[in-house]
Design a binder for this molecule. Sequence first.
Ligand SMILES: Nc1ncnc2c1ncn2[C@@H]1O[C@H](COP(=O)(O)OP(=O)(O)O)[C@@H](O)[C@H]1O
Ligand SMILES: [Mg+2]
Length: 237
Amino acid sequence: MVDRFKTYIEGFDDKLGGGIPGESIVLLVGEPGTMKSSVAFNILFNNATQNNIKSVYLTLEQNISSLTRHMKSMGMDHDQVSSYLEIVDIGLVRQQLTDIEKDTWIQVLKMYIKNLKDRLDYDILVIDSLPVLDVLAKFDDPRGELFHLFEWLRGLGITTFLISEMDPDSRSYAKYDEDFLADGIIYLRMMESGGVSVQRQIRCVKMRATDHNTDFYTLMFDGGRFKTTRVIGDSKK
Ligand SMILES: Nc1ncnc2c1ncn2[C@@H]1O[C@H](COP(=O)(O)OP(=O)(O)O)[C@@H](O)[C@H]1O
Ligand SMILES: [Mg+2]
């Protein structure tokens, strides 16, 4: 088991005691456009190129070509890591299997995740995104069903990043109880500064087994890499 997975966001791993603890479930939350998908893909891409770590990116929102095009424009060419990083489009399954019974959705999802685990023996899974999963699975009892899904994922011995949307005006990171159930929460937001420019920020809200810093940091993508710096105007070093 890998002790900690680096996020490969320069400056941020230090604030996390080196990275994300292995076998955790981490929510990656923020409003649209805050780069949740990019940050998640960046983790998988760099863990593949730097450490030969295998992963699966399960996309429910964006189709594979749209996702890979975006990532390539950011310098992360999927072709370079295709033997380590598998992208699965569950939306395609949805189109093929019309009329799927409600309960079957989570079963189909689990079957995919488990079969890929047996075939590839991957260590990191990204599910993009929870709100779309909710729409597909039509959870009757989201708390209970998410609790069981989280327990099941833990049983696989993998680290999961679950991408979720958050209303910028909301004060809660989760619609159900997934913030309590998750081992970690990383929050991404856009902040106006000076009434004109907007900067992206990142914050580790929660990370079990980690003595982490909870401050906001400016998140930048520069020269093909994510970086964090102190928020401008913040005098703390
Ligand atoms: N080549 C690029 N370099 C830096 N930022 C980019 C690039 N291409 C797109 N973006 C930014 O990435 C954003 C989308 O990121 P994405 O990870 O899809 O966000 P989210 O998943 O949070 O909705 C776009 O709104 C755009 O601002
Ligand atoms: Mg996205």
